[in-house]
Ligand binder design. Structure first.
Ligand SMILES: [Zn+2]
Length: 475
């Protein structure tokens, strides 16, 4: 199908060829993903009854709820995907990037900037571009939260909370993005022949700093973290951590239910200072416990609570009991700590750093090519920021697609290994039931198209994980 298009490309000038290839590739990926999504959609439509092998896992009511939820989500992502692909194409075709660059330049000139002109212009450009993309994504995000998630009982946010949250997120992002970009542009400018090494070291340092401060200083800006109260669960977590030499220093509960009632758990921290975070939605009956604390702390009305005297937690949450028993929470944590013990975290960091070095190296080889700039409407100037954008986002996109597919495959392997680790801790049975509960609480749909799941799923499908737990359970 693409053959005549490709041969037509041969006869065009280099910059037109580059531009057309980028567009062509972007649409190829878009069509491929739409095709996969349609296949998956057909699975939702066709599987109207709980398949036999799932009889013990899901009751038909939950199954139907999940099916309708996934169908709504699939419709939503069809339209939002079409919108963003069309928007991106129009921006490229109509010269949106050079236009925004000129606007930034004019604004800078009017403000009287001189010496550091290009960097100032770059920062202004970046600010305007991120503002534009945030604004254009806003209606979609609003619809997703207040129509789809709301309809299926997941949304816990009020409009006020949502708006405040979005503004906070934008401001915090800019506070990091703008200084980091300006330093990076400086480094590229003054770095000489080996600038790509310094640029890579700089981004490495930035990511280490961010990982270090994120949990303590950034995440608490958005969510409330409470130390897990003393008790059986905390003791058992500490015993398990000790048994596998996990240097646990603190266990927190985060109010995940403030945003949505999807549930999760994770750990973070360097070397000997590791913390575990549990979403309150993971814990059975945690809401009572949390409301006591909330009452004691302050009477800020809980988002979503209609009249906030701060004493009652929104009773809506679910008519059904949500969350896991202590043993199940421990099994989920056993899985999470397996990721640590088996070195998955370190492996992921190494992969991403090798990749980032490689990208900067290639960037150094390509940044001098005027035709790359010309392809995107920059005929007589080659601003570094624009070069970063063109090369990292557009030129590398085939590579990025392959890499992300490879990482998805790897992630599924890691998930199986972490499950097997939890099984070795003797938690196969509890993990088995926890996975079923979490899938139900999150209204996950247990049947999937094989290509769709191969391409997208960072976690193996539920049935495969359960099967693997069963297999290992026996021997
Ligand atoms: Zn995992």
């Amino acid at each position: 199908m693409w053959a005549p298009l490709l041969s037509a490309l041969q006869d065009l000038p280099t910059e037109t060829r580059i531009f057309c290839s980028v567009l062509l590739f972007s649409w190829t990926v878009y069509l491929w993903e739409t095709f996969l999504a349609q296949r998956q959609r057909r699975v939702y439509q066709a599987t109207t009854h709980v398949p036999q092998e799932l009889g013990q896992i899901m009751d038909s009511e939950t199954f139907e709820k999940s099916r309708l939820y996934q169908l709504d989500k699939s419709t939503f992502s069809f339209w939002s995907g079409l919108y963003s692909e069309t928007e991106g194409t129009l921006i490229l075709l109509l010269g949106g990037i050079p236009f925004l660059w000129r606007v930034s330049g004019r604004l800078c000139a009017r403000a009287g900037f001189g010496a550091e002109y290009e960097i100032t212009q770059s920062l202004l450009f970046l600010l305007l571009a991120t503002l534009f993309s945030a604004v254009s994504a806003l209606p979609w995000s609003l619809y997703n939260t207040f129509v789809i998630e709301e309809k299926h009982g997941f949304n816990q946010q009020t409009l006020g909370f949502f708006v405040k949250d979005a503004i906070k997120k934008f401001v915090v992002t800019q506070c990091i993005l703008l200084p980091v970009t300006s330093l990076l542009l400086h480094i590229i400018k003054i770095g000489g022949d080996y600038f790509f090494i310094y640029a890579w070291l700089f981004t490495l340092a930035v990511s280490l700093v961010l990982v270090t401060i994120y949990a303590d200083y950034i995440a608490p800006l958005f969510d409330k973290f409470i130390p897990l109260p003393e008790g059986e669960l905390k003791d058992e977590i500490e015993i398990m951590a000790k048994s596998i030499d996990f240097p646990l220093t603190k266990v927190y509960v985060v109010e995940g239910s403030k945003r949505s009632s999807h549930s999760n758990a994770y750990f973070y921290g360097f070397f000997k200072n590791k913390r575990i975070v549990l979403f309150d939605t993971l814990l059975e009956g945690y809401s009572m416990l949390a409301s006591d604390q909330r009452e004691a702390s302050r009477s800020e009305p809980r988002p979503g609570a209609e009249e906030g005297d701060g004493t009652e937690v929104k009773p809506k949450v679910q008519s059904k009991k949500q969350g896991c028993r202590n043993e199940e929470v421990l099994a989920v944590l056993g899985h999470e700590l397996g990721h640590w013990k088996l070195g998955h975290t370190v492996k992921n960091i190494i992969i991403s750093q090798v990749n980032s070095f490689l990208c900067f190296f290639l960037f150094a080889a390509l940044i001098g090519r005027r035709e790359l700039f010309a392809a995107f409407g920059f005929y007589d100037s080659q601003p570094t920021l624009i070069g970063l954008m063109i090369i990292f986002q557009f030129i590398f996109s085939p590579y990025n697609e392959l890499l992300s597919f490879g990482l998805t495959v790897l992630s599924r392997r890691f998930e199986f290994q972490a499950d097997a680790f939890a099984k070795e801790l003797g938690k196969a049975k509890d993990l088995y039931s926890a996975l079923i509960k979490l899938n139900q609480d999150n209204l996950g749909f247990p049947v999937s198209d094989w290509i769709f799941s191969m391409w997208h799923y960072s976690h193996p499908p539920l049935l495969e994980r359960l099967q693997a737990l069963k297999d290992t359970k026996q021997d």
